[in-house]
Design a protein. Structure first.
Length: 173
């Protein structure tokens, strides 16, 4: 049981060393990854059933003219595209915010260092190191979150485009 408290204590110390901005980056990254996981869940688990239903509805559609069929086909493809790209803009926005929050952490950490230097001079190395940690850890966390999230957002966009094209090809037949 006591072995569990070691990693929790280490994480807590790491978060405290990064300052309050690191907590904000953590919340942002949890939201980001929740959205990314939800999109993958939709693409691989929900979308095939939705697509099957739409194709079945279209095959049962007997429009009065070719023009009407084309409009229904376009509406289905458009709806599939909207469903697949839902939340992608929010994911991209969160990705853009991560490095900016890391920069905010850098600025607040450096302000802490300058405050220490102004009050105690350069003799308090422990407090100065604390400020430098507060400056570098959020920057690293923001960049790591943004880079990994960016990779998966590109993949999600590619999946959405590919599925939209496959849908268009599927209902042409």
């Amino acid at each position: 049981m006591f072995a569990l408290f070691g990693p929790i204590d280490s994480i807590s110390r790491f978060m405290d060393a990064g300052g309050p901005v690191l907590w904000l980056i953590l919340c942002l990254s949890v939201l980001l990854w929740s959205l990314i996981i939800e999109r993958y869940w939709y693409i691989y688990k929900v979308h095939p059933g939705v697509l099957r239903n739409l194709v079945e509805q279209f095959s049962n559609y007997s429009g009065s003219s070719t023009w009407h069929e084309d409009r229904v086909r376009e509406a289905i493809v458009s709806q599939v595209g909207l469903n697949l790209s839902k939340s992608l803009m929010l994911i991209r926005t969160l990705i853009m915010l991560c490095p900016l929050l890391g920069l905010l952490g850098t600025v607040t950490g450096m302000i802490h260092v300058f405050d220490v230097v102004a009050i105690t001079g350069t003799g308090n190395a422990k407090e100065m190191a604390s400020g430098i940690s507060m400056a570098t850890i959020p920057t690293m966390a923001g960049l790591v979150t943004a880079l990994s999230g960016y990779y998966f957002s590109i993949r999600l966009k590619q999946h959405a485009n590919r599925e939209k094209m496959l849908t268009a090809d599927l209902i042409k037949e």
